[in-house]
Write a protein that binds this ligand. Structure first.
Ligand code: ATR
Length: 326
């Protein structure tokens, strides 16, 4: 008998029958349900730590995993999770737009904000309606569908409100970035009723396009392209500048001074203090990084999957520990 054909349970060093409680306080077994995040890259994601802590606090025998999925494999990866009756998925860069065409149904949030960061798998029930897989035993789930949601947009306004104690209605905002995250964030701020929104992006044509969309959809919002004159209540950074240690500021200091800003919100959460946030703190602004946004998009996704309030305090604590080692 070679080593590989030796029965697992009798291999020296393998304690196969020992119950090893993991973070959920229950062992993984045949009834354990799965959720996951797909991204590319994914290895630095804090979502598994945050979600598994949330699942444990709710006493659910579910686990949340992370998978590196290349864009060309996204369709197959979503179909695979559906076939294996996962509860749901989160999607991160670069999948949020691609997924719009890969789910069976779009929730109003995904339609409104034009991106999918959360999928819930559902099964057809006797009355012809659909129920989340979380509410049904896997043996009873046959006809399945994937429903796409967006929880990023609401997370931006919730994080800004909580972390900066800022009233967005009527506020003057300088908004930096018009990529994927920038588009959703700027549209959501316009929907929230900010008074003036000045959009700045390295590629100016993308800011122009976004301003056009905002003007059409939210005509009450005074949107413009370029730096604002005078003071603003809030600066939002939705560019990727600040992720790398030697990154500069995401705006032109000849065109705008942080002493003209009341508060600064940076969507980046790693590092905790980007060059922008450091400069803003030194200029006397109230500051917040993107941790609250990460938290709230995740908390809402968990609620969409399990139908009960997410343990937000526990999830925040674990995120801070995971990202900053607190
Ligand atoms: P995400 O999904 O994270 O928003 P993205 O869609 O690639 O990613 O958008 C990245 C944003 O950061 C864009 O606004 C991008 O500006 P461009 O539209 O001009 O590409 C901005 N960005 C990235 N690198 C930048 C840099 N070196 N200087 C200024 N802006 C930068």
């Amino acid at each position: 008998m070679n080593k590989n054909s030796f029965p697992l349970a009798r291999r020296p060093g393998l304690h196969y029958n020992r119950r090893v409680p993991d973070s959920a306080g229950s062992s993984i077994n045949a009834t354990t349900r799965l959720c996951a995040v797909y991204g590319h890259p994914i290895k630095h994601s804090a979502s598994p730590a945050m979600h598994n802590a949330g699942l444990a606090a709710l006493g659910l025998n579910w686990r949340y995993l992370a998978f590196d999925v290349a864009p060309g494999e996204l369709r197959a990866a979503i179909a695979g999770a559906k076939a294996m009756k996962f509860i749901g998925l989160n999607l991160t860069v670069p999948h949020k737009l691609l997924a719009l065409d890969l789910v069976d149904e779009l929730d109003a949030t995904a339609k409104t904000w034009g991106a999918v960061n959360t999928i819930r798998f559902e099964t057809r029930v006797a009355d012809g309606g659909w129920r989340p897989l979380a509410e049904v035993a896997t043996d009873d789930a046959n006809e399945l569908r994937a429903v796409g949601f967006n929880t990023d947009a609401d997370a931006v306004v919730r994080a800004i409100g909580e972390d900066l104690k800022l009233e967005l209605r009527g506020a003057r905002v300088l908004f930096l970035g018009a990529g994927g995250a920038g588009r959703v964030g700027a549209l959501r701020l316009a929907a929230e009723g900010v008074g003036e929104l000045a959009l700045v992006n390295r590629t100016a044509s993308k800011a122009v396009e976004l301003a056009k969309e905002i003007r059409q959809r939210f005509p009450m919002c005074g949107v413009s392209v370029g730096y604002p004159a005078g003071k603003v209540d809030l600066v939002v950074n939705a560019t990727s500048l600040g992720l790398k240690p030697d990154d500069g500021l995401p705006f032109d200091q000849n065109q705008f001074a942080l002493t003209d800003a009341g508060a600064v919100f940076d969507m980046i959460y790693r590092p905790a203090e980007t060059p922008l946030l450091r400069a803003a703190r030194l200029a006397g602004c109230r500051i917040a990084n993107g941790l609250g946004m990460l938290l709230h998009q995740g908390a809402r996704a968990l609620e969409i999957w399990c139908g009960q309030p997410a343990p937000v305090a526990v999830m925040r604590c674990v995120l801070e520990e995971n990202i900053y080692g607190k």
